[in-house]
Write a protein that binds this ligand. Structure first.
Ligand code: ADP
Ligand code: PHD
Length: 347
């Protein structure tokens, strides 16, 4: 059998025709030696818009799924069209055409290989819509937010192929490089990616990281602009990675997460502060961000961080665990807080 590789392109890569041309050139180059499964998500912000539309209470569940999955259909058809125009033999497939079976928990259950294999007899590239599939009754189903990464990883697993995730950043940085200037992390231990993703980080979805680990898949996260990357490693090195993650509580539906429901103030020692408290509901109307600091040996820095950013912390809601430390701030203070923390870790 011919060699297959999987390449996943996200919202950034598909947000305009300039980027689409760029990624089509990357695909074209590789398609000379290998068969390529390309997994796409919706153009940037498109799914957010569809979610807003779907909030109107007029749609049945089946129609909602059709609506929310249509961003990926736009991406896959356009990209396949651009590839064919460049003389790359390509075709597009939606989740139901493959088919990719999705269960009621919005998880991929099974993917049929036959159609993909057959189409590779006449095509070099198959562009598959991520984030979507079909149920046993033939209804279109979607996955969880961010899970077009998971579509890519499942496809890589059934074809035992390598998986490449193309981003607009050239790797994983200490914090979002679009917000402030920070250091790039050269290597990241795969299990640390779980921590990062479970905090709602945008790098790879949590479900996809779990699947990567379970099936020991080879993955790369690289830039579609310059091909630079952060290496994902399977052996733990003594690197003291550090990620500072900020997230808008309302985007990730924070009120549903465990941290908030569990604990009230527990312990305050010289080195560690172990407390958190329930969010009060009027928080809902405020623009509150959760900032999390992740990494080895961060505990000893917690007091220092707190002293530096005390005045920005919102209502002292703090939570510190093994390698994690989180607190809430108001949106306007995001940049200054991130700058202050990165400075502490520079020393
Ligand atoms: N620690 C980080 N390192 C790198 N990028 C980050 C980090 N935190 C947030 N980002 C943001 O994640 C974005 C890429 O993720 P995402 O939007 O999921 O990509 P896509 O959907 O295009 O694949 C980047 O544009 C970057 O601004
Ligand atoms: N479009 C879907 C799926 C996805 O994974 O998107 P992205 O790869 O752009 O994060 C979402 O917004 O959830």
């Amino acid at each position: 059998m011919f060699k297959i590789i999987v390449k996943k392109f996200g919202g950034e890569a598909l947000k305009n025709i300039e980027n689409i041309n760029k990624i089509a050139n990357i695909i074209k180059k590789n398609s000379l030696e290998k068969k390529i499964i390309v997994v796409v998500s919706a153009p940037k912000n498109f799914t957010d818009l569809l979610y807003k539309i779907s909030k109107q209470n007029i749609y049945k569940k089946e129609e909602k799924n059709v609506l929310l999955s249509c961003g990926e259909q736009i991406s896959s058809s356009i990209l396949s069209g651009v590839l064919n125009k460049m003389k790359v033999k390509s075709t597009s497939l939606q989740g139901w055409q493959v088919p990719i079976f999705v269960n009621k928990n919005m998880e991929i259950e099974y993917i049929y290989k036959r159609k993909i294999k057959n189409l590779f007899k006449k095509n070099n590239v198959i562009v598959i819509s991520g984030f979507q599939g079909v149920d046993k009754k033939g209804n279109i189903k979607i996955l969880n937010r961010g899970d077009s990464d998971t579509s890519a990883v499942f496809l890589a697993n059934i074809f035992k192929s390598k998986c490449f995730f193309y981003k607009d950043t050239d790797g994983i940085y200490q914090t979002d490089p679009k917000l402030i200037k920070t250091k790039k992390i050269k290597n990241i231990y795969i299990k640390d990616l779980i921590e990062i993703s479970s905090l709602g980080s945008k790098i790879l979805s949590l479900n996809s990281v779990k699947k990567i680990i379970k099936n020991k898949l080879t993955v790369n996260v690289l830039s579609f602009k310059n091909m630079k990357k952060t290496k994902i490693i399977y052996k733990k090195k003594n690197n003291n990675f550090l990620i500072i993650k900020e997230e808008n509580l309302f985007r990730i539906n924070y009120l549903k997460t465990k941290i908030i429901n569990n604990i009230d103030m527990i312990k305050l020692t010289k080195k560690n502060i172990y407390f958190t408290t329930n969010l009060n509901l009027n928080l809902k109307r405020k623009k509150i961000y959760k900032v999390s600091v992740l990494g080895y040996n961060i505990k000893i820095k917690v007091i220092k961080i707190l002293l530096n950013i005390k005045k920005y912390i919102y209502k002292n809601i703090i939570n510190s665990l093994e390698n994690k430390f989180s607190f809430l701030i108001k949106k306007n203070n995001k940049k200054i807080v991130l700058k202050k923390i990165t400075k502490i870790f520079k020393k």
